[in-house]
Write a protein that binds this ligand. Sequence first.
Ligand SMILES: *[C@@H]1O[C@H](CO)[C@@H](O)[C@H](O)[C@H]1NC(C)=O
Ligand SMILES: *[C@@H]1O[C@H](CO)[C@@H](O)[C@H](O)[C@H]1NC(C)=O
Ligand SMILES: *[C@@H]1O[C@H](CO)[C@@H](O)[C@H](O)[C@H]1NC(C)=O
Length: 222
Amino acid sequence: MHWATILGAVCSLTAVSAQDDTYSPGVPPSPFPSAAAAARLKIDPQTACDTANNASKPRNVQLAAWVECQILAFYPYPRGDDPANTDWIAGYEDTFHPSARLSFNGTRFNRDGFLQLYKTFSSSIGQNFAQFQQFRDYYVASPDSWNATSIGGTVSAQGFNGGIFRNGITLHAPNAAFITVEEREGRRWITELREQSTLMSASQLPKDGQLWPCNPEYEVCS
Ligand SMILES: *[C@@H]1O[C@H](CO)[C@@H](O)[C@H](O)[C@H]1NC(C)=O
Ligand SMILES: *[C@@H]1O[C@H](CO)[C@@H](O)[C@H](O)[C@H]1NC(C)=O
Ligand SMILES: *[C@@H]1O[C@H](CO)[C@@H](O)[C@H](O)[C@H]1NC(C)=O
């Protein structure tokens, strides 16, 4: 069944290149920009958790909505004025599988190490920002293609993080993530998160991080 779709796409490509035989890199000619834009998901944070569990929604929407729901639960900015607010740790533990491989900019972390990193971020955000948010402008989500009922897949997200400092100055910086979601024990877990942020940080990450948990199914773990 997929072949018909792929052939259809190839025919449309042929038709476009017949109209315009000079190829220029960048955004392809109409109608592709609108089709591509429609495949980029915007997830409403207010309804993300409900959407994640709504089997009537398309699988890619459910998958991206689950990531949005979980990010809201673990993103370590203090809720309210209490910089010691640690409610997000429960969300963190509910999101990341114990075997998770995580990175921030170029430095690798295991699940415990990444939690320690987020604790330092949380404390520094609490001390410096009056308001802090992480926005994901859009998601690209690809559910597992090899299993039509699997709730796992891969997800990319882009947006901004930042906020308003206590002195009133605002600061926002691009933030992006590549996320692998796997179905284990009948539920979703993030097993890999590669985050990158250009938000200036006073405490730079170490170059060398932690050894990632080895998966003997695919790797030589000696
Ligand atoms: C689930 O999604 C469908 C399709 O978008 C929608 O009609 C329905 O109201 C949603 N159900 C809930 C409980 O949100
Ligand atoms: C496909 O997904 C279903 C439900 O998510 C799961 O029960 C089943 O074991 C999966 N099949 C394979 C071959 O992995
Ligand atoms: C991540 O990289 C950006 C861009 O080089 C840099 O501004 C930022 O401070 C880095 N973050 C950390 C925590 O090292």
